[in-house]
Design a protein around this ligand. Structure first.
Ligand SMILES: Cc1cc2nc3c(=O)[nH]c(=O)nc-3n(C[C@H](O)[C@H](O)[C@H](O)COP(=O)(O)OP(=O)(O)OC[C@H]3O[C@@H](n4cnc5c(N)ncnc54)[C@H](O)[C@@H]3O)c2cc1C
Length: 386
């Protein structure tokens, strides 16, 4: 039977482009791949940060890294050395430019911008049929990276909502050697709020207001606090807002939803990305997990001809994250103190390994040992008997 494409990737964002980049690197013939993307152009719309050593993905594209990070709660400040796995930053526009240039160099790849699906794909006689804004096409397999709507994510345990402002000051006010990853606001019973400051230089920084809460928060709801944060960290210097970035990350989306995969129950169709299970439930960090998936998925397409979904977390991580999110959701007032305890009591290399899915059993034990036993036991009993 005549097929237009071996693989269609719906959505050319982080997951779609990362998979395409890995496929361009495979030895021999790459699958004939089409990327369908609704955007007309790629903007600098997000800043990806992650802990990574020199072998971290896209090491040559990283535009800034910090060997020190800090956290603050009230008068208490923690300053942590993370030189063994610095906190790295990759600006999305650098990644998009690199990915699009690499894809354009490949004859077997095509990226269609300003394009979308008009109907959900249908499987007929072993081929996927897609009705798109540029006509009918068929494909042997599909990787769907479209995010699910927040209304479909109603089992999400906590939402991470954030608004970042990239500011440039007239004079130098930031310490470019240290990233402030959590500067907690007054603890309260409704949400956990903190500011996040990534100083790119003495004059330039991304200043972000972040909230963990039961309901997602809109850009508008975060605007006042983000503006306050910009005023606070620029310390009276006059500044210009260069751009903003808004994000909404579901933390702990529930396994039934991940299995749903947009209703397509066939191994040649996978739903992946942020709402397909890519995000680490307890932190929302997804970038590195997407890179791990993209490399594995490219290998699977190359050797077995089928894409694979995001990997499942191991049993221990799944349970630990579930309990931690339940504690944060039930006792937001205690959230800032719990984070401070974790970072203060667990040696930084252990904590980084735990947060980046590389933890050993001893690292898990160190994390458990740092948290208040009675509170966590209470929540465990509640989870068992509810
Ligand atoms: C502002 C922001 C900052 C973040 N910072 C970090 C961070 O520091 N560290 C970290 O680990 N994670 C971070 N994340 C989380 C996560 O890494 C990113 O959201 C990442 O981009 C998720 O990749 P994705 O492929 O799932 O989604 P996306 O990158 O959003 O890609 C989905 C693509 O699908 C396209 N699309 C949607 N619907 C259609 C349709 N119907 N037809 C065609 N195309 C469609 C979209 O236009 C988009 O290009 C951040 C997220 C945001 C929003």
């Amino acid at each position: 039977m005549q097929t237009d494409w071996d693989l269609v990737i719906i959505g050319a964002g982080c997951s779609g482009l990362s998979l395409a980049l890995n496929l361009t690197k495979t030895q021999g013939a790459s699958p004939k791949t089409l990327l369908i993307e609704q955007r007309k152009t790629f903007e600098n719309d997000r800043t990806w940060c992650f802990w990574g050593a020199d072998d971290a993905p896209y090491a040559d594209l990283i535009n800034k890294e910090w060997g020190r990070v800090s956290l603050c709660l009230g008068g208490l400040a923690l300053d942590l050395d993370c030189k063994q796995a610095p906190y790295k930053c990759l600006t999305s526009s650098i990644f998009y430019d690199h990915a699009i240039t690499s894809i354009k160099e490949q004859k077997s790849f095509e990226l269609k911008l300003d394009s979308t699906l008009l109907e959900e794909p249908i499987l007929k006689e072993g081929l996927w049929h897609l009705k798109t804004s540029f006509g009918h096409i068929s494909s042997k397999s599909i990787v769907d990276t479209r995010p699910l709507a927040t209304t479909e994510l109603n089992k999400t345990k906590l939402w991470q909502s954030f608004l970042g402002l990239e500011v440039e000051c007239e004079q130098s006010v930031f310490d470019p050697t240290c990233a402030l990853i959590m500067d907690f606001l007054q603890p309260n019973t409704k949400l956990i709020g903190f500011n996040y400051v990534l100083p790119m230089s003495g004059k330039k920084a991304l200043i972000e207001y972040t909230v963990f809460s039961a309901k997602p928060m809109s850009r508008l709801e975060l605007t006042n606090s983000a503006n306050h944060a910009a005023l606070k960290y620029t310390k009276g210097a006059s500044f210009e807002i260069l751009r903003s970035e808004y994000g909404l990350i579901p933390m702990g989306i529930g396994s039934s939803l991940k299995a749903k995969q947009h209703g397509k129950q066939h191994m040649s169709y996978v739903h992946v990305g942020l709402t397909g299970g890519a995000a680490r439930p307890s932190t929302g960090y997804s970038f590195q997990r997407i890179q791990t998936w993209a490399a594995r998925c490219a290998d699977s397409i190359k050797f077995a001809g089928i894409p694979i979904p995001n990997s499942k977390d191991n049993f221990v991580i799944k349970k630990m994250d579930h309990i931690f999110l339940t504690v944060l959701g039930t006792y937001p007032l205690l959230g800032p103190e719990l984070f401070m305890k974790l970072f203060a009591r667990v040696p930084t290399p252990k904590l980084i390994r735990f947060l980046t899915d590389k933890g050993t059993l001893l690292d898990y034990a160190a994390v458990v040992g740092a948290l208040p036993k009675l509170l966590f036991l209470k929540v465990c009993f509640k989870l068992i008997f509810q």
